[in-house]
Design a protein around this ligand. Structure first.
Ligand code: IPM
Ligand code: MG
Length: 346
């Protein structure tokens, strides 16, 4: 099979972790006899520095012409510490999600036997926890308008907007995932306070009728935040709006043992994007110490979701498990002071 991939390393540790995921991709293609064609594109702060735009048209065209996008991370301290910056690296990521129509972000939360004790949570609570969080990715408060400041700069506002259509497509997708898994869906909202959440609940209750085989529950986001760490094994598929999903999935990463372990797939209308859920970790940039496993596991998702190549994805996951078992890991998950570099783990 011919695999045409756009590679967007981005900022901070992005280039280092993507380089390793690319090596893994190449190795798997070689082993299974696939032809890999890839091209790199600019995105984020590095794209602002180079061409003044965090998601240049050229990068968009590259993504549109590819079968999948392997993405690193976006963000830089220079912009984090300058709230007045007009052009921000994160706009690149948001514009990419919007323009590629990536309305669903799939974040699988699983545990790794050798990392159970790395979690601050009790082993018996998290052992064999296995759920997926489906985060709506192109709506809500991230994109709602108006957004801005009053003229005197003393008042700021964001707007949360959801349409029936946006809710329907993501909730339907979540039900379809639940049907293929343990047939349990948790729909997370804040319907006791927010109008958008009440529309989510109304639309979800309508769709629920089409899936009688799925056990559906509704949960307020504050309660979900508590239950994710209290009783993670109760979840199978969870679906929620953009910002709740952003927050809950960082929280859920403590089940895995490290934020450096969680991959994601963003799917929708055009080319799918595969990226770790963690950020650009600028403090570690260039030091060859960042954990490349979330990106390598994202490459596994890429083989499965973008190309339907299940054996290839499985092999990558097995290799990750084997490397964890042999303790060939970066310092964030190392024990007894023995750790390996990003490139060695790759
Ligand atoms: C994520 C990240 C992004 C988000 C940031 C970098 C804009 O936190 O993918 O979870 O909030 O979506
Ligand atoms: Mg996030």
């Amino acid at each position: 099979m011919k695999l045409k991939i756009a590679v967007l390393p981005g900022d901070g540790i992005g280039p280092e972790i993507v380089a390793q995921a690319l090596e893994v991709t190449k190795a798997v293609c070689e082993k299974f006899g696939h032809e890999l064609v890839y091209e790199e594109g600019l995105v984020g702060a590095s794209a602002i520095d180079a061409v003044g735009d965090p998601y240049p048209q050229k990068t968009h065209e590259l993504c549109m012409a590819s079968d999948a996008v392997l993405f690193g991370a976006i963000g830089s301290l220079k912009y984090d510490n300058d709230p007045s910056a007009k052009v921000r690296p994160e706009q690149g990521l948001l514009t990419m999600r919007k323009q590629l129509g990536l309305y669903a972000n799939i974040r699988p939360v699983t545990t790794f036997p050798s990392l159970i004790h790395k979690s601050p949570l009790r082993p018996d609570l998290i052992e064999n926890a296995d759920f997926i969080c489906i985060r709506e990715l192109t709506g809500g408060i991230y994109f709602g308008r108006p957004q801005g400041r009053s003229e005197d700069g003393q008042v700021a506002y964001d707007t949360c907007v959801y349409s029936r259509e946006e809710i329907e497509r993501i909730v339907r997708l979540a039900f379809d995932y639940a049907v293929k898994r343990k047939k349990k869906l948790t729909i997370v909202d804040k319907a006791n306070v927010l109008a958008t959440s009440r529309l989510w609940r109304q639309v979800s209750q309508e769709i629920e009728k089409e899936y009688p085989e799925v056990e559906t529950e509704y949960m307020f986001v504050d309660n979900a935040a508590m239950q994710i760490v209290q009783w993670p094994k109760r979840f199978d598929v969870m679906v929620t709006e953009n910002m709740f999903g952003d927050i809950l999935t960082d929280e859920a990463s403590v089940i895995t043992g490290s934020l450096g372990m969680l991959p994601s797939a963003s799917i929708g209308i055009h080319t799918s994007v595969f990226e770790p859920i963690h950020g650009s970790y600028p403090q570690a940039a260039g030091k060859n110490i960042a954990n490349p496993l979330a990106t390598i596991l994202s490459a596994a998702l890429m083989f499965e979701y973008a190309f339907g190549l299940m054996d290839e994805g499985k092999l990558i996951r097995e290799a990750v498990n084997e490397s964890l078992a042999q303790k060939v890991v970066t310092e964030d998950i190392a024990e007894d002071g023995k750790s390996y570099k990003t490139s060695e783990v790759g």
